[in-house]
Ligand binder design. Structure first.
Ligand SMILES: [Zn+2]
Length: 391
């Protein structure tokens, strides 16, 4: 498939800065490591070059050559300080909400905050995502305010402030484009999440949106390159990056789901073998337990679990009395080892291994909703494996 190949290639080349390789660690700000991917130096050179040869000569005539270059370099470095402020805003809010931050990386296309976990609620996602663009917009306003007393001076300081207020405004607005995993896409995801109540659905929709936006950026960038505008190349790269990152995040989600432990409910026998407390032991054994092939039966009053009876329990009553003694007097009463339907199946298997001979009651409160034997668990693992193999 063309799309699969494109996705894999884009991921291999575009997501390298997120892997942690080829990165210089330059600082550690209150426990958050800041790294520079080598590709960032290319971006620094590009930004400085375009400021020194195009932006500043067009705005300010008559500076000396070194003045253009020094102003351009200072403006470019302050741009990256602004990007770091944006990323720190994400990281600080995430950490305050209990999500660990792996680090911040600057690379060819800007900055990335790497969080160790996904947000747990839509509100958490919304606050972590929106604080970044908000920081950029506030910075734009502050630089613009600082510019006011200088507005007629035509100095390099003014040139730097002009650039920073414009570029922070653009950063804030660009990040609000709803292309996951950009901030706007995360805000979009949190809204879908809040409305639908499903993180999965929200991630799927936002992930597809991000891939579409990515491809649209690539197409738009190529169009501009064909028109002779070399700046389109950066747009192609941004598009490829978005496409790769959006695809990777939906793949990560699928992988995380595959690792989700199976639940007791997926393996249990939903029609457990039961007997009323006043049934004679003989009837319970001959009519229920033996024909069923199961290892134990559960004694219930209505749907309420009151005890369990296996072969050994029945054998403790002399055979001659089997028709005279009710199950109530031979059963093991509560508390019985039990699990709930949404418990981890592996934990239940561990518990089963500690039982001499019997089954686990699957209960919902006092109500018996199923039973689990070792063979139920094995059967479910086998069918799971064949389902995976067939894919
Ligand atoms: Zn951001």
């Amino acid at each position: 498939m063309f799309f699969t190949r494109l996705r894999e290639t884009a991921q291999r080349f575009m997501l390298a800065p997120m892997g942690g390789g080829s990165t210089l660690n330059i600082a550690n700000v209150s426990g958050i490591p800041v790294g520079l991917h080598y590709s960032w130096f290319l971006l620094l050179a590009l930004v400085t070059w375009s400021l020194a040869t195009q932006f500043y000569p067009a705005l300010y005539r008559g500076w000396s050559g070194p003045q253009y270059w020094a102003t351009a370099l200072a403006a470019a470095l302050l741009l990256f300080a602004s990007v770091l402020a944006h990323e720190f805003a994400h990281s600080i809010v995430a950490r305050r909400r209990g999500i660990e931050v792996q680090g911040i990386t600057l690379f060819l296309l800007g900055g990335i905050s790497q969080l160790k976990a996904e947000p747990r609620t839509a509100w958490e996602e919304l606050s972590i995502a929106s604080v970044g663009p908000a920081t950029s917009l506030v910075l734009a306003g502050l630089f613009w305010l600082a510019l006011q007393p200088l507005s007629i001076s035509y100095s390099p300081l003014q040139g730097i402030l002009v650039y920073l207020s414009v570029v922070n405004l653009l950063l804030g607005l660009f990040n609000l484009i709803p292309a996951y995993p950009m901030d706007g896409g995360r805000i979009f995801r949190s809204i879908v999440w809040a409305i639908s109540g499903s993180f999965r659905l929200a991630t799927t929709i936002a992930g597809w949106g991000g891939q579409l936006f990515g491809l649209a950026f690539v197409a738009w960038g190529m169009f501009r390159v064909l028109q002779g505008n070399a700046g389109g190349l950066l747009l192609v790269l941004v598009g490829l990056f978005l496409f790769a990152a959006a695809a990777a995040s939906s793949r990560r989600r699928e992988a995380a789901e595959a690792e989700d432990p199976p639940l007791v409910s997926s393996a249990m026998c939903a029609e457990p073998l039961v007997a009323p407390p006043d049934m004679p032991v003989g009837d319970a054994v001959h009519r229920r337990l033996l024909p069923s092939g199961r290892r134990a039966l559960f004694v219930c009053e209505g749907s309420r679990l009151v005890g369990e009876l296996n072969g050994a329990d029945a054998a403790s009553v002399p055979t001659a009395l089997w028709q005279a003694v009710p199950v109530r007097n031979a059963m093991r009463p509560l508390p019985l080892p039990s699990v709930r339907p949404d418990d981890n199946l592996w934990d239940a298997v561990d518990l089963l291994a500690t039982l001499q001979d019997g089954e686990l009651a699957v209960v919902d409160g006092e109500r018996l909703v199923g039973s689990l034997s070792t063979s139920d668990a094995l059967r479910s693992i086998r069918s799971d494996r064949s389902a995976t193999g067939a894919r």
